[in-house]
Ligand binder design. Sequence first.
Ligand code: XMP
Length: 323
Amino acid sequence: NWTTGNVIEEQVAAIREQVGDKRAICGLSGGVDSAVAAALVQKAIGSQLTCVYVDHGLMRKGETEQVEKDFVAATGVQLKVVDAEERFLTALKGVSDPEEKRKIIGREFIRVFEQAQAEIIADEGPAVEFLVQGTLYPDVVESGGGTGTANIKSHHNVGGLPEDLEFKLIEPLRKLFKDEVRMVGQELGLPDEIVQRQPFPGPGLGIRIVGEVTKERLDLLREADAIAREELTAAGLDREIWQCPVVLLADVRSVGVQGDGRTYGHPIVLRPVSSEDAMTADWSRLPYEVLARISTRITNEVGDVNRVVLDVTSKPPGTIEWE
Ligand code: XMP
C-alpha cells in the first residue's frame, strides 16, 4: 500500500544496506528532486552524506539562501557550497548565443562540481563510493524509451553529470512521480518553498537574458523576477500556473516616459504557462489586475526597465524558455 511513510521507510532501509559504512555525495540544484533525494539519503546515513551546491550566480533572488539556510536547518545535512559566480560570469563574457551559453554553463558546472568532489574524496574518512541522483520515474522511462526524438535544446541539470564517473548511483526517487516526490519531501519536513517549487532550468537566469549575461543584468532580472513571483503568489496563482519565466530583452531598447523625462530602457517579458509535463504548454490567461500590478511594480521598482510585455504563445510553436 502506497503511503509516503512506507516509501521513506523502505528507501531508508535500502540505502543503509547499500551504502554500509562508505560515504556518498549529492549535488543540490535548489530544485525539488535533488532536495528530496538528498533529504532521504541524509535520513538514512546522516553524516556519511555530503551535499555540494554550486552557486553559479545565475540563481533567482533568495534561492541560494534557501539551500544554505532553510534546507540545512530542515535536514541537518552536511553542505559544501562553492561560490563560483565570478568563474561563470567570466566564462560567459561576450557570449549571446543560447546554445553556447548552455554549453558553457554545463561545462563549468561539471568542472566546479568535480573539483568539490575531489576535495571531499581527499578528506579523511571512508571511501566515497556513491553518488545520489534525483532521477524520477518519468526520467527513467524517457531515457529508456529511445524514441529518437530530437533534442531541441541541450538540457543541463544536476543529473546530467559525466558518464565516466566511477560512482555507484543511489536513486531513491526512481519509482516516483513529481507529486509523490513533493509529498515525500513534505513528510521529511522540507520547507514549502523548496517542496512546492516550480520548475527552473539548470542554466538558471543565464538563459533568461536575451543577449550577453552580465552581473548588472542578472541583478536587474532578479528584481523583476522576484516581483512577478511575489505577486503571483499573493494572488494565489502558484498552483494554477506551471511556471512563469521572466525574461530580460537585454539587446532591445524602447522609448518610454517616466517621471519627467524620456527613457530608453529594456523590456521585460512575462511568460506564464500552463502545462502537464512541459512537453506542450498553453499561455496562462492571468487576471488583468495581476498583470497590471506586476507591470506597474516592475517599471517603478526596477531601474532601466520601462516596458513589460506578455508572451501569448503556446508550445509549440514557442518553447517555454526563450533560449
Ligand atoms: P522548454 O523551454 O524546452 O522547457 O519548453 C521545458 C521545461 O524544461 C525546463 N528547462 C530546463 N530544465 N535544465 C533543466 O533542468 C535545462 O537546461 C532546462 N532548459 C529548460 C524549462 O524551464 C521548462 O520547465
